[in-house]
Ligand binder design. Structure first.
Ligand code: ZN
Ligand code: ZN
Ligand code: ZN
Length: 393
């Protein structure tokens, strides 16, 4: 969408140290305690071992970032502490991972070269029984693991979410920093958003600022002007922004540590053309506030969703709020817990998620307000602290 590599490199140079990188967040003590907790939850789930593929699950446990390819890389964690975890890696990729202290964690490294069978290598010595496999493992690896001696499989998501949903102090610090960084971008949107420019041109400027303010990259930049704002999944287009447009700006991306931002504010270019903007926006703002204020330990996810929905229903806007109220955020931009009807999970201190109700008037305009919040011991902390008013430019 936007050429941002040079700026990304520049931001890494400028902010890399101040913002911290994955290895500074993940020290050996943290990794050891995460592996111990994984084993405890795996025991509760009755699985004999957990297979973790590259992606945010592996990054969470070891700090190793990267994605899965056709060559098997995996961390295999037997549930019983008597058997050491195994990290299987193609020799050519392990060369770049020498800095990760797997040995200090008691993890046995098994490298392999093309022509060898990495699946047998991964399962060698692992006790028999049901194996949990991380959710984003490609079928290519999943089915070959099955054939290599792990026929009884389940998703590891339900096990790993018990760890990843509850953020520790260093994760909360990263998410707080990400929130502050994206707030600085929203504070500057008036520099770029004006009548006569296309959504895409505005989005390119915003994407550059997301990196300038300390993100590793811009993951998404939604600029939905006028009728495009009524489509929650609109990205950007060549629509020329007009005087009187209401504009939804939903932006975010990860810091170098992998922990991300995600915040929406709604702007008006001059005074809004549509007559119902002031009243509907006031209801949206009240709905978002009510939902944030409902957050405290013990409140269920569905109650937090309902808090927003009830206010919009009261204002006659129920059918214009067409998505869940929020999603968890951490190493993934969307993760558990989901703030949605039917989710009776009580929230706990350390959980982090978005509160992002919207109103969408098809063919005319839309608005959304989105903050990331954390559940604290006795209430809630907002990681986005910009005013939630409609920003009239
Ligand atoms: Zn968003
Ligand atoms: Zn979101
Ligand atoms: Zn989304």
């Amino acid at each position: 969408m936007v050429s941002r590599l040079p700026r990304e490199e520049e931001a890494r140079r400028r902010y890399g140290r101040r913002m911290g990188v994955s290895s500074s967040v993940l020290d050996v003590t943290t990794m050891r305690s995460r592996l111990d907790r994984l084993r405890r939850h795996a025991a509760d789930a009755g699985v004999a071992a957990t297979v973790v593929s590259p992606g945010s699950d592996l990054r969470y446990l070891t700090g190793i970032a990267g994605s899965s390819f056709e060559r098997l890389t995996a961390l295999v964690v037997p549930t019983g502490a008597a058997v050491a975890p195994v990290f299987v890696s193609p020799a050519l990729e392990y060369a770049g991972l020498g800095h990760v202290p797997l040995g200090e964690l008691g993890i046995e490294v098994r490298t392999w070269v093309d022509g060898e069978d990495p699946y047998a290598l991964a399962l060698g010595g692992v006790p028999g029984g049901r194996v949990a496999v991380s959710d984003m493992t490609p079928a290519l690896h999943l089915l070959r693991l099955r054939d290599a001696g792990a026929p009884d499989q389940q998703l590891a998501g339900p096990v790993l979410r018990e760890l990843r949903m509850r953020k520790d102090a260093s994760e909360l610090a990263e998410l707080r920093a990400a929130g502050a960084a994206i707030d600085r971008v929203h504070a500057r949107v008036g520099e770029w958003l004006r009548a006569g420019r296309t959504e895409a041109a505005v989005a390119a400027d915003i994407a550059a600022a997301i990196v300038e303010e300390g993100h590793a990259r811009a993951d998404f930049v939604i600029v939905g002007a006028g009728p495009n704002g009524a489509s929650p999944h609109h990205s950007v287009s060549d629509r020329v922004i007009e005087d009187g447009d209401v504009v939804v700006v939903d932006i975010g991306g990860p810091l170098p540590s992998g922990y991300g931002s995600d915040s929406t504010r709604t702007y008006a270019v001059g005074s809004p053309r549509e007559p119902d903007v002031a009243s509907a926006y006031a209801a949206l703002q009240a709905a978002q506030q009510a939902s944030v204020e409902s957050v405290r330990p013990g409140t269920t996810c569905e109650a937090i969703d309902r808090a927003a929905r009830d206010v919009l229903a009261e204002a006659g806007l129920a059918e214009h709020f067409i998505h869940r109220t929020g999603h968890g955020i951490g190493l993934d931009g969307h993760e558990e817990p989901y703030i949605v009807a039917g989710n009776d999970l009580p929230v706990e201190a350390g959980m982090t998620f978005s509160i992002e109700p919207g109103v969408y008037l098809a063919g005319r305009w839309g608005a959304r307000i989105e903050d990331i919040v954390a559940v604290t011991e006795d209430g809630v902390e907002r990681f986005n602290t910009r005013p939630t008013d409609l920003v009239v430019l």
